[in-house]
Design a protein around this ligand. Structure first.
Ligand code: ADP
Ligand code: MG
Length: 465
């Protein structure tokens, strides 16, 4: 055994006694001692990440052990295995031993048990495109940034591109649409979509199998990395660390990185600052819940895709009832279509109402629906819903109608004209007049009777169970 090998053996012996066996296997076993000149020990690591990781995590330990072995002037140098553009790796100093480790590098972590995949599978769903993504005020910035990135991956200021928004607002759809374009226009480009959960699991498996090099080597080859739902990285320090390295490596090489999150990055608890600070290099764009018009457009696209007919009134009713997420909107449409076909009936408002009342309130009790407002207002004013919708000029009915219109404006996202439509097809000026009338009564603050009923109703409507 050469002197340098003996020194490294001793180092390993000590290191092994200091750290966890899986860490030892992952980070120290793959190291190959290369030479010892004066007090300088050179070790070979499989890639730059390895080096960075070791420097960051084990520098104190290494310094200690080197001083122990080589005296106070003991130094450590690294030789790093370099990767050429064709992804064939060559070591600075090529020994038999390390070529055999390196040959494994093309194994994909997606090939782990239970997941079968080809080497450079992108994991894209072709159905997610920009063509079937409705644009509106709610997603304008995110969509236009995404299109820019899709045209010029890695070459715009939007790197990384971070898209955040609540569940079901189209984050996955959007990033997959970017991936599909890039993939179509550049077949050779290695585009990879991966959920943060999967990334984490792959990393854990890699550690377990002592296969961290394959994991890293795989991710280092990626040209466009789309990583979905990074809130899953919260408080997972080691995963964040490895992701940080992958991120740096790709970013330095102008590879495009796209991430999504269900909340703004700054509110991601337990995400390390250095990772957060990287996000600022690019663009962070949000997705908001779609407004009424956008919801109508989305419903329209979905029914076209499903090749079904749905009366306008039904579409409006759905758009008014399901406000918080596009996924929920889709779910409702699917249910309605399924019911109609099972029951062999056409889709109409009464079927829709029945189905919605079974789903929507359970799915999202924030929704305030027009007919709910009308019903509750009618009950509180001791009139009927038909009274409210019809033309009666009786004082009590007029007040109830105006109050109902007032709350429709306050609690729904309908336009004035749409609200008018729900009140027997009145026009928007009637709705304005009603709102002003109620506003005046509230400002006068005199009519006890009116005020009591009004505020009791308001409480019921806004704390809807
Ligand atoms: P997220 O990843 O934010 O939870 P998804 O991307 O999975 O949301 O979207 C949920 C569903 O809603 C998907 O089927 C998607 O196609 C659809 N969707 C979301 N936003 C839009 C949109 N603007 N236009 C059309 N469909 C949309
Ligand atoms: Mg998603």
């Amino acid at each position: 055994m050469q002197e340098y090998q003996r020194v490294w053996q001793n180092c390993l012996h000590f290191i092994q006694s200091q750290i966890d066996i899986s860490q030892f296997n992952t980070w120290f076993v793959p190291i190959i001692p290369k030479s010892l000149q004066e007090n300088n020990l050179t070790i070979q690591v499989p890639n730059k990440f390895f080096y960075e990781w070791i420097e960051e995590n084990y520098v104190a330990l290494l310094t200690k052990v080197l001083q122990k072995e080589l005296g106070p002037d003991g130094k450590l140098s690294y030789a790093i295995v370099v990767q050429s553009p064709e992804n064939h790796s060559t070591a600075h100093t090529n020994t038999k031993k390390n070529t055999s480790t390196l040959e494994k590098k093309h194994t994909t972590p997606f090939g782990f048990p239970g997941i079968t995949a080809k080497k450079k599978d992108s994991f894209l769903n072709k159905n997610y495109t920009f063509q079937n993504l409705v644009e509106g005020d709610c997603n304008q910035l995110a969509v236009s940034a995404s299109k820019t990135v899709a045209k010029n991956p890695g070459k715009t200021a939007f790197n990384p591109l971070v898209i955040y928004g609540a569940v079901g607002l189209g984050k996955t759809h959007l990033v997959q649409a970017i991936g599909n374009i890039i993939k179509n226009e550049n077949e050779k480009s290695f585009v990879l979509y991966v959920s943060s959960e999967r990334f984490t699991n792959q990393f854990i498996t890699a550690i377990k199998n002592n296969d961290i090099q394959n994991f890293l080597n795989f991710y280092l080859q990626v040209d466009v990395l789309m990583i979905d739902d990074i809130q899953f990285f919260n408080a997972k320090e080691k995963t964040q660390e490895i992701f940080f390295h992958v991120f740096n490596h790709l970013h330095q090489r102008h590879k495009q990185i796209i991430m999504t999150s269900d909340c703004p990055p700054r509110s991601l608890l337990g995400l390390q600052d250095r990772l957060l600070s990287r996000f600022k290099w690019g663009l962070t764009a949000d997705l908001q819940p779609p407004d009424f018009e956008t919801r109508m457009a989305i419903i329209n696209i979905k029914i076209q895709q499903a090749q079904i007919h749905m009366p306008l009134l039904v579409m409006e009713y759905i758009a008014a009832s399901v406000q918080s997420s596009v996924r929920e909107l889709e779910g409702v449409i699917h249910s309605i279509v399924a019911h109609a076909s099972l029951m062999k009936t056409t889709i109409d408002l009464s079927l829709t109402k029945k189905i919605l009342s079974a789903i929507v309130e359970k799915l999202d009790d924030q929704d305030v629906k027009i007919d709910f407002i009308q019903k509750l207002t009618a009950t509180n004013y001791k009139v009927s819903v038909e009274d409210i919708q019809n033309k009666s000029r009786k004082k009590q009915i007029v007040i109830a109608r105006q109050v109902a219109m007032y709350f429709c404006k306050e609690l729904s996202s309908y336009s004035l004209q749409q609200i008018g439509n729900f009140f027997g097809g009145r026009d928007h000026s009637t709705v304005i007049y009603a709102i002003q009338a109620i506003d005046n009564l509230l400002k006068e603050n005199k009519d006890e009777n009116f005020l009591n009923t009004f505020y009791t109703l308001k409480k019921k409507l806004t704390q809807k169970s």
